[in-house]
Design a protein around this ligand. Structure first.
Ligand SMILES: [Fe+2]
Ligand SMILES: [Fe+2]
Length: 363
């Protein structure tokens, strides 16, 4: 068993013991093969180091046991639906459009108007109003297309929804959507090998990644854009407690749009698939935001976001960590990630009163 610093963790390492958050919540069991998603999750929790199995101790049997937990998938149901198929076709086209626009903006093509980006992707947020949550469709798309462009589209759509919940004007919604699309344009200037590197990053590589908000803000400087767009690009990795980058700003100095985009960005990054594994269950992400998020994110945007997201999961079937199957029947407003569950044999479980249980997957 080796104690490994979070900074030195690499995708594919296998945990030797169960990993717990500082508040005692099980993050993942022993013998979990780490994904980049899970590594960022540990960073988010501020966990300094974890126990890793030496390579020669990793056996097929151990890994089989761990992967069985991932067999039931709500995603598979979504992906089979007709609505998702139509969404996928449209989304793929729009990803190409965004890619073309980014390439033109990076080369400072003056004929490209970034103000029109909201219009380029508008069919994704206005045409596909179906019984499926738009969140589920976005997350499933990212399991197919994990590019920066698709992440930017997701963040734009989630940010726009947040703006709607906050009753923004149509014009503000459009500006916010453009800011969402462009938030990571600076990543296109970062070496692709660094962005997709599966092993631990060197200090220099970290610095290169952390420079992307500055690069992005520079790219758009040449265009006549609402100032809120440039500042959102520059500040979307700043955190209210000063723990963000590149300028370690605190809440009062971070722009409104940057605060909204920061939440949409983290939510998308944590629930989406990275490399080859599934993303985290949305309930785990919501639990993370509830426990640790209020220092980093502005409550006036985080609370309405969590309340709305959770409502899209009422009456979904879920799998608990002890193997119980059930349905979400009631959301606990004070503890969103711990709703009331009705089990398949008719019993009720109030997760608020059962701290040892949690929702492991939506099925
Ligand atoms: Fe970013
Ligand atoms: Fe991002």
């Amino acid at each position: 068993m080796l104690k490994v610093n979070i900074k030195d963790l690499a995708v594919g390492m296998v945990t030797a013991t169960p990993t717990y958050s500082k508040t005692g919540q099980l993050l993942f069991p022993a013998h979990t093969t780490l994904t980049s998603q899970q590594i960022s999750y540990l960073e988010f929790y501020g966990i300094p180091s974890i126990q890793i199995l030496p390579e020669n101790h990793v056996t097929e049997e151990l890994l089989d046991g761990a992967s069985q937990e991932e067999t039931i998938s709500f995603s598979q149901k979504v992906r089979k639906s007709r609505e998702f198929h139509a969404f996928k076709v449209d989304y793929t086209k729009k990803t190409q459009l965004v890619k073309d626009s980014f390439n033109r903006l990076i080369t400072q093509d003056k004929d490209c108007d970034p103000n029109l980006l909201f219009d380029q992707i508008s069919s994704l947020y206005s045409n596909h109003l179906t019984s499926l949550s738009v969140f589920d469709m976005l997350h499933n798309m990212r399991q197919i297309d994990d590019s920066t462009y698709s992440h930017c589209i997701n963040v734009a759509i989630i940010s726009r929804m947040m703006g709607k919940w906050l009753n923004f004007s149509e014009n503000d919604l459009n500006v916010l959507t453009v800011a969402g699309v462009l938030h990571d344009i600076g990543k296109c200037m970062v070496d692709h090998e660094i962005l997709t590197k599966p092993s631990a990053l060197t200090d220099e590589e970290y610095k290169a990644i952390q420079n992307h908000p500055i690069l992005g803000a520079k790219i758009v400087e040449a265009y006549p854009l609402d100032e809120r767009i440039r500042s959102a690009i520059l500040m979307h990795h700043e955190r209210c407690d000063g723990s963000g980058y590149p300028n370690k700003l605190t809440s009062k100095d971070i722009s409104e749009f940057a605060k909204i985009i920061a939440i949409a960005d983290v939510y998308d990054a944590m629930t989406a698939s990275r490399c080859y594994r599934k993303g985290l269950c949305p309930f785990e992400v919501i639990a993370t935001f509830e426990r640790e998020g209020f220092n980093k994110y502005d409550a006036q945007y985080l609370i309405p976001f969590l309340n709305h997201v959770i409502n899209t999961y009422i009456s979904n079937s879920v799998l608990l960590n002890d193997g119980t199957l059930g349905k979400i029947i009631f959301i606990n407003k004070d503890f969103l990630s711990r709703p009331m569950i009705q089990t398949s044999n008719g019993d009720y479980i109030d997760l608020f009163k059962r701290p040892e249980l949690y929702i492991q997957a939506i099925i």
